[in-house]
Design a protein around this ligand. Structure first.
Ligand code: BG6
Length: 465
């Protein structure tokens, strides 16, 4: 049994900035603009090349984590973190993606980040690709449409596994792998071409990523048998709107769009409903002989997940709302965040139970938190709303562990330090327990300030030790 770890999480593209420093190449996320066009680019229906010249790209500077990582990790240590989840920027290591030689300066940066974690006895949990594809691979190969991406990704993985052998024990292959069906550019660098069948492209990309993920798991175990490699699912239970069986069937179908990925990554083979769907819709998925064995050999050690909200589906008789990209009907029993994401701690417990019931594999909650506008007054941020959200969700997590017998290895709050929102590109949608003094236009001192939730989480972790 693994020791349970408390901590927080960030991702390179939303935290680091420094997009052109020390030989780093451009990446898909550097071309995601702020503002109303962001969503169309993320969905793959607007080519970033067609954006106006004065577009603003928030990931390029983000919150300057590249320059602040020492002080940020010290703040995490002060909160008592036992684990820090962060991602490595692929194009810092392979600027165009298909080089043979690595960019040593990029690796040196992560050497230091990992050393800093270990200095503070914080276990690094590394996402290999968090919404991140080198632009070179998009331009030259059409991104994950092309099977050659599997080899480039594997070369990148091998570099990391060897360099950080004995230092990094937990790896995640792809952040929210199911997001590729919903935001294919953000998740996988895909902009649809004319005459392409979007569904066929998405499942082709999915297949290549699933093969790459399975190969990465096998490779990690070969290089260091002590490593634990997980998949990562954007999770959240779905309720039927009414007892009408049609609503429940809609839920089943929607859940399969997510479980498809974990079914393959955890069980090691394509589920029957996916094969039936490929046949019915006449999708040509380039599954090669030998892929079945690769998928079977590379099943994950644990399932990591993000949870922000639950959803409601059924006949659309009620108002729609937002929620981590997936649309949902409004749930009259729940309150919602400023961004319309429905707050449902019991839904968290339901989600954890559902996933564990399905797979009986250890879980790791690697994202959970509240995006909210914070007000800075006299250098203080009284974010009681965030404390309430975290306290209620942690309570649900503990009930899952102790009353329901769900095996969970850890919990990392999302955006433990304020960072750029993935869906909107905003900085005002803050998740952190540490405030970053920057505004929407990147103006400000960049200073880090402890919010009220910082002290709350510090106290919580202390009580658990
Ligand atoms: C998850 C992503 O979808 O949710 C994160 O893994 C993201 O990258 C987080 O930031 C919260 O979503 P948002 O859109 O509020 O930033």
């Amino acid at each position: 049994m693994e020791k349970f770890l408390w901590g927080g999480a960030t991702a390179a593209n939303q935290y680091e900035g420094a997009y052109d420093i020390s030989g780093r190449g451009l990446s898909n996320v550097d071309l995601l603009p702020s503002g109303e066009k962001r969503s169309d680019v993320a969905k793959g229906i607007l080519d970033p090349k067609d954006l106006p010249a004065d577009s603003i790209y928030p990931a390029r500077e983000a919150v300057g984590g590249y320059y602040h990582y020492k002080e940020d990790i010290a703040l995490m240590a002060e909160m008592g973190f036992e684990v820090y989840r962060f991602s490595i920027s692929w194009s810092r290591i392979f600027p165009h993606g298909d080089e043979i030689k690595t960019n040593e300066a990029g690796l040196k940066y992560y050497d230091q980040v990992i050393a800093e974690c270990l200095k503070h006895q914080i276990e690094p949990l590394v996402t290999i690709s968090h919404f991140d594809v080198p632009q070179g691979l998009i331009e030259k190969y059409g991104s994950w449409r092309d099977r050659r991406l599997v080899d480039f990704y594997l070369r990148y993985c091998e570099t990391l596994f060897k360099r950080y052998r004995g230092k990094v024990r937990y790896w995640l292959t792809f952040n929210e792998i199911n997001m590729v069906l919903h935001l294919p550019y953000l998740a996988a660098g895909i902009t649809f071409r004319p005459n392409e069948d979007p569904l066929e492209v998405c499942y082709t990309v999915a297949h290549h990523e699933l093969v790459a993920s399975a190969k990465a798991v096998s490779l990690a175990h070969m290089i260091d048998p002590a490593t634990k490699v997980g998949c990562m699912l954007a999770a959240g239970c779905i309720y039927p709107n009414t007892p009408d069986p049609k609503d429940s069937w809609q839920v089943v179908e929607e859940e399969r769009k997510s479980y498809f990925f974990t079914d393959v990554q955890v069980r090691g083979y394509y589920p029957g409903y996916a094969k039936a769907m490929f046949a019915k819709k006449q999708l040509k998925i380039p599954i090669e002989p030998g892929d079945a064995a690769i998928l079977q050999a590379g099943v994950v050690d644990f399932i990591s997940l993000s949870y922000y909200n639950s959803r409601v589906l059924g006949e659309a008789t009620k108002e729609n709302t937002a929620g981590n990209v997936f649309s949902s009907l409004k749930n009259p029993y729940l309150k919602a965040s400023e961004w319309g994401w429905q707050i449902d701690p019991l839904g968290f417990r339901i989600t954890l139970n559902q996933i564990y019931d399905r797979y009986q594999k250890p879980l790791f909650v690697v994202e959970n938190g509240l995006g909210a506008t914070d007000v800075l007054e006299d250098d203080q941020i009284k974010d009681d709303y965030r404390i309430t959200y975290l306290r209620d969700h942690i309570d649900a997590l503990q009930k899952s562990r102790y009353e329901d017998g769900v095996e969970i290895w850890g919990y990392t709050t999302w955006g433990c330090i304020d960072l750029i929102s993935a869906s909107t590109g905003e900085l005002k949608k803050r998740y952190g327990m540490v405030y970053v003094d920057l505004d929407e236009n990147g103006h400000g001192s960049g200073k880090r300030l402890r919010k009220k939730s910082f002290y709350w989480y510090q106290d919580w972790i202390k009580q658990q030790k």
